[in-house]
Design a protein around this ligand. Structure first.
Ligand SMILES: Nc1ncnc2c1ncn2[C@@H]1O[C@H](COP(=O)(O)OP(=O)(O)O)[C@@H](O)[C@H]1O
Ligand SMILES: [Mg+2]
Length: 235
């Protein structure tokens, strides 16, 4: 059974605006799904709809077999659906420690222990714990954003272009980190421009075009698919 099953999702931003025209997305427990597709296809919109930030006009979203279309974003977070947006995903003027505490707001009593575990896992967060988040490099900031999400104990991580703006080396390191989180059993739906790198760590790929899932398949097969390569991978 799917952990997440979004089907026929129609939604947008204004009352008349339909950005998603019946989008589908399924994520199995522990699965890493890479969502690729052209700019403006609605990839970020789909993640926002799943996170509960946009009201659906039509369609269903089930988590653990329960319909959640009318569940608030906060309640979805408590259910374990944790969204890391592409931008503004840390509090820039707050320190690294304070950011992690914000990530642990759902269970403040466990925050200190969780911060200790995460600082061991990502040493840079311990080293920089008193530094303002805005002083971090792009890669460090993304690690912080990811660690804030892990503070919640996510069952489904929604990552919007985690490698955006990173130098190739920092992007490689971040993808390795995401792969490790996946191997520990967390289900992940990840939107990426960097399609080949995303497919390399994913179980399955989904191509979103014009507000619909145009195709899906095993990630390794998709990375070899001539049409996918022509459209999204530059040859
Ligand atoms: N906050 C918003 N208000 C109105 N329109 C938006 C907003 N965010 C995105 N859009 C529009 O929705 C469409 C899909 O955007 P988005 O989901 O961000 O695409 P992608 O992430 O695939 O590049 C675009 O046409 C974009 O202009
Ligand atoms: Mg986007």
């Amino acid at each position: 059974m799917s952990l997440l099953a979004a089907a026929g999702v129609v939604c947008g931003y204004g009352a008349a605006d339909e950005i998603l025209h019946g989008a589908d997305l399924a994520v199995r427990p522990g699965e890493l799904v890479a969502i690729i597709g052209p700019n403006g296809a609605g990839k970020s919109t789909l993640l926002k709809a799943i996170a509960g930030m946009l009201r659906l006009k039509r369609g269903t979203i089930c988590f653990d077999g329960r319909p959640i279309e009318r569940t608030s974003a906060g309640e979805r977070a408590r259910m374990g659906i944790v969204f890391v947006p592409q931008e503004a995903n840390v509090f820039p003027t707050m320190t690294v420690s304070e950011n992690l505490e914000m990530g642990g707001f759902l269970e403040p009593r466990q925050a200190r222990q969780k911060i200790a575990v995460l600082s061991e896992r990502f040493p840079v967060l311990g080293e920089k714990r008193r530094a303002a988040a805005r002083t971090l490099s792009g890669g460090q900031r993304q690690v912080l954003a990811m660690a804030m999400a892990l503070m919640v104990g996510p069952r489904l991580l929604l990552l919007d272009e985690p490698s955006a703006g990173l130098a190739p080396l920092a992007a490689d390191k971040l993808f390795a980190t995401i792969g490790a989180i996946h191997r520990e059993g967390t289900a992940i739906a990840m939107v990426e421009q960097n399609a080949l790198s995303a497919l390399a760590i994913a179980d399955r790929g989904v191509v979103l075009v014009d507000g619909r899932a145009a195709r899906t398949g095993p990630a390794h097969a998709m990375a070899e698919d001539p049409e996918v390569r022509r459209l999204f991978l530059g040859g």
